[in-house]
Design a protein around this ligand. Structure first.
Ligand SMILES: C[S@@+](CC[C@H](N)C(=O)[O-])C[C@H]1O[C@@H](n2cnc3c(N)ncnc32)[C@H](O)[C@@H]1O
Length: 244
């Protein structure tokens, strides 16, 4: 009953950005492993586990009952942030989905999203969309992590509702667009995992551009967009410069 939750490294990193005594929502919680882990580690934490699907909600309730956490984790069925009242939680976690879905969950209930002090997002792909949402909605990106777990590379983005913290982005819109794609902190650190991710993306983009150039109807605008992205990636992988 008091057994520990065997949490993935990816979700342990997410958990490390929750403060002591967190009062948080885990949206798309599936088995509720993250809230269970956090509440077992920190007796003062409490959570809401949101799920849009009944099957995962049942799994979440099983985990909660198994660990006797019924008084501290409330599992709720519903779409995205609709399971929350405004100001009900201080932190919101949305992990293990595409960036596009995470952004649409935030966009669907902006007043609830904006009532959180911190949002921790772990987009599986398209992290750029989440960075852009934060930037346009008064959340300052305060940290980023990149982790390789069994061959899959995940990014974790942490943003706080605007405080005194200064923006990590450049004033130059071109550089800012590059930072949206690659991550302003991740660009600075350029870890081995970051390089691995972007080497894979470089190969993908080269293949896509070459296919698009051979299409019957060539979409020059999209090709130019991809070429710009490829140029940014190559700059970071193959140039010595470090100024982005
Ligand atoms: C791949 S799992 C990720 C589980 C966990 N957050 C993690 O990172 O390991 C995605 C979960 O999000 C749920 N989900 C998808 N769209 C959702 C939405 N709009 N609102 C709430 N949950 C959603 C799915 O039912 C699924 O259980």
């Amino acid at each position: 009953m008091n057994q520990k939750v065997n949490l993935s490294n990816r979700l342990k990193i997410v958990a490390s950005y929750l403060p002591q005594g967190a009062n948080f929502a885990d949206i798309g919680s599936d088995h509720a492993y993250l809230p269970a882990y956090v509440c077992l580690e920190d007796k003062t934490a409490k959570a809401i586990a949101g799920e849009v699907n009944q099957g995962p909600l049942d799994s979440a309730n099983k985990t909660i009952q198994f660990h006797q956490l019924e008084n501290r984790i409330d599992a709720r069925l519903g779409d995205g942030l609709a399971v929350l009242e405004q100001g009900e939680v201080d932190q919101i976690v949305i992990a293990g989905m595409g960036g596009s879905l995470i952004r649409s969950i935030l966009k669907s209930n902006p007043s609830i999203a904006k009532s959180a002090k911190r949002i921790i997002a772990q987009p599986n792909v398209d992290a750029r969309m989440v960075r852009q949402w934060f930037d346009q909605n008064n959340f300052v990106l305060i940290a980023e992590e990149i982790v390789d777990e069994q061959g899959h590379i995940y990014e974790i983005l942490v943003a706080d509702r605007i405080t005194e913290v200064s923006t990590p982005y450049s004033n130059d819109q071109q550089i800012k667009n590059k930072q949206f794609l690659l991550g302003p902190y991740l660009l600075k650190e350029r870890t081995a995992v970051f390089k691995k991710k972007w080497m894979q993306e470089e190969a993908n983009l080269e293949r896509i551009i070459s296919q698009m150039q051979q299409a019957k109807q060539v979409n020059n605008e999209k090709i130019a967009e991809f070429k710009t992205e490829l140029h940014w990636i190559k700059e970071e992988l193959h140039d010595e410069k470090t100024d982005a």
